[in-house]
Write a protein of this length. Structure first.
Lengths: 313, 335
């Protein structure tokens, strides 16, 4: 297990290097400059470029990025908060924490609600509750996040005035409700659908009949024997879910005016703040890679037949 | 020995499946009884209702299948009148079952030990976890699994097919049930393992004093292990008797046909196997007369009109065929 994790970390570092190279190329392929404003003269731009090393050949710039990242230096912002260290902007101004909090709550909500809903639907297959949940989850999967977010805002904040319109820095419990629900709704519904299908599949397996034959209680039949087997496809889905929740949070953060990393990321691209784009991309990529590792290890825990090293032991 | 006493008494059991196309009478009025320590073989081709009948004893029948008539008395109590909780306590505790495919019958994500002890712990027998584990190890040793102390913590995928069936047997017998229903337990195994498992079951049957209902379509297996045999065809028992009578003196044309289509090592002269012509009847539209009539070589007019009653053709040997009446009439005429 330890060897496997070390191997995965090594691969992750390589992956991040490749991501850095691609990001760097894409940043430079897009026209424009962080110092380009209506008033700026070519001399001013040239001076600023020279100050931040943007006049050097591209391969030298890339090499400098990699060298600094290996040292743990993510560079300084060129535009948005000129002169401030990027690491400080991401980690110390609460942006990263805010986005992660939002994402983790949404993910937890999707798991905590989605899996039981799937179980309930499967157990009551063909009854009205199954039909109701099927309609609900299909609608949930079909509605785009921004539409749902707007609907929530209009009904709960504007009309009913139960919840605050601006969630801003997510200080109170109430301000969390709408962004988290809007962000997680699609995934909750998808996980419920997935759980229902794989649960139905599990319920018809021979080992469930064996368990029934030995007199296992119905509750334990579902929660012990069927659920664990039906979680395997759900876990597979959780890796992409996390990536989706991070990208999805851009939309939610904009809709609810939450100053999180997602919104900041988009702004950094719009203003060509190269070090911020690079740092945000790398941090989010690292997060996705890490979550994929967690998912793979979770696999092993749920299904003992899976060997992480690829060798039969 | 209390062999004479009855453990299980099935009277006129009827099981139907309610499909969109209509009612399929999978088991249509079968009766038999099973004594303590007795091994009853139930043979018949696929779809003859042998598994359905067994599932209704243990309450594993799933919709759209339903018991529509008759009674199943186990030690004098009608099992069909049990509520859900009584049925759950009954399953695995007094009657247990092993199935055809050991590769898929054990839950892949729990250890063998977990699944074995679960069988014990879900019936409130006062076992602690440690005691249950000790008992599980004892059972694994009993079914011939070496190194049981270590094996108990392994997962099903670490066991071979034969070992999994052994583990299944250990699990079925861990609560010391009075009756074990074995639904084609050797069909999915290769021949040498089949023989080992049969040997084991014979052994355990004597040691544990368990009655067995052995469902199979393999007549060789029946000869090996059973005391009595019921031959089923299209939801009916058509012949029943002691194992030797069925093999050496079969009375019903279907049983004769089954035996003629079974390869045997002791008959050198016979090279070709003789199949039973035709196909099983459509259970949605069963014929008015004998179910086997349309396929029977000796079919008479009455066979297509009326269902034949049982005739006692030997001691404890019954058969349902109109030919027996013809034979009797012939004998009486000669006299």
């Amino acid at each position: 297990m330890a060897g496997y994790i070390i191997k995965r970390i090594a691969v992750a570092i390589l992956t991040l290097l490749v991501i850095m190279c691609i990001t760097f190329l894409l940043m430079n392929a897009v026209p424009g400059s962080p110092f380009l404003t209506e008033k700026s003269t070519p001399e001013q731009i040239a001076r600023a470029n020279a100050k931040y090393g943007l006049d050097k050949p591209l391969y030298v710039q890339l090499f400098n990025y990699i060298k600094n990242y290996l040292k743990g230096d993510l560079g300084t912002s060129l535009k948005m908060q000129e002169g401030t260290a990027v690491s400080k902007i991401i980690f110390h101004q609460g942006k990263f924490r805010l986005s992660i909090k939002l994402g983790v709550y949404a993910l937890l909500l999707a798991i905590i609600i989605g899996i039981p809903l799937g179980c309930i639907a499967a157990y009551n297959r063909g009854k009205w509750i199954d039909g109701f949940l099927r309609v609900l989850t299909t609608v949930g999967v079909a509605i785009p996040t921004f539409v749902l977010a707007t609907l929530l805002l209009v009904s709960f904040a504007v009309k009913l005035k139960w919840l605050p319109t601006l969630s801003s820095s997510l200080t109170s419990f109430k301000s969390y409700i709408m962004p988290v629900v809007a962000l997680s709704f699609y995934y909750t519904c998808y996980i419920a659908k997935l759980t229902r299908t794989s649960m139905l599949d599990a319920i018809n397996q021979d080992y469930i009949r064996t368990a029934r034959a030995k007199g296992v209680k119905t509750r334990s039949l579902i929660l012990k024997h069927a659920l664990r087997n039906s979680l395997i496809p759900v876990i597979t889905y959780l890796g992409p879910v996390l990536a989706g929740i991070i990208t999805g949070s851009f939309v939610i953060e904009s809709t609810f005016s939450i100053p999180g990393l997602g919104r900041y990321y988009i702004q950094s691209v719009l203003t060509r703040d190269y070090p911020v784009i690079m740092a945000t991309t790398v941090v989010l990529s690292a997060l996705v890679i890490f979550m994929n590792l967690v998912v793979d290890i979770a696999y092993k825990i749920v299904d003992p037949r899976i060997t992480l090293t690829g060798k039969e032991d | 020995m209390d062999e004479k006493k009855t453990l299980l008494e099935i009277k006129d059991l009827k099981v139907s499946f309610f499909t969109p196309a209509g009612e399929v009478k999978a088991v249509n009025g079968i009766s038999y009884s099973l004594g303590y320590n007795e091994v009853m073989g139930i043979v018949g081709e696929s779809g003859s209702g042998k598994s359905v009948e067994a599932y209704s004893i243990i309450g594993l029948l799933q919709p759209p299948g339903k018991v529509v008539g008759g009674s199943i008395e186990f030690e004098g109590e009608n099992v069909l009148e049990y509520d859900d909780e009584q049925m759950r306590q009954f399953r695995g505790n007094k009657v247990s079952m092993i199935f055809q495919n050991p590769m898929t019958c054990l839950n892949p994500v729990y250890t063998i030990g977990n699944q074995l002890t679960e069988a014990l712990l879900c019936h409130d027998k006062g076992y602690t976890k440690e005691q249950a584990r000790a008992r599980a190890i004892e059972m694994l040793e009993l079914v011939g699994i070496n190194n049981a102390e270590k094996r108990i913590d392994q997962y099903p995928h670490e066991f071979s097919g034969g070992m999994r069936q052994r583990a299944m047997i250990a699990m079925a017998l861990i609560c010391e049930p009075k009756l074990l229903i074995a639904d084609e337990p050797t069909t999915a195994l290769d021949v040498t393992i089949q023989a080992q498992i049969l040997e084991l079951m014979k052994d355990l049957q004597k040691k544990e004093n368990t009655s067995i209902i052995f469902i199979t379509h393999n007549l060789g297996v029946v000869a090996e292990i059973c005391d009595r045999v019921s031959v089923m065809y299209a939801g009916h028992i058509i012949e029943q008797g002691p194992v030797n009578d069925i093999f050496y003196d079969p009375q019903h044309p279907y049983t004769k046909g089954l035996l003629a289509s079974t390869p045997r090592l002791d008959e050198e002269g016979r090279e070709r196997l003789i199949p039973i012509e035709g196909t099983p009847i459509d259970l949605l539209n069963p014929p008015k007369g004998c179910n086997f009539g349309p396929r029977c070589k000796d079919c008479m007019k009455i066979c297509l009109r009326e269902k034949p009653p049982f005739v006692e053709v030997g001691e404890g040997h019954i058969s349902a065929c109109w030919l027996h009446f013809k034979d009797q009439a012939g004998k009486e005429e000669k006299k």
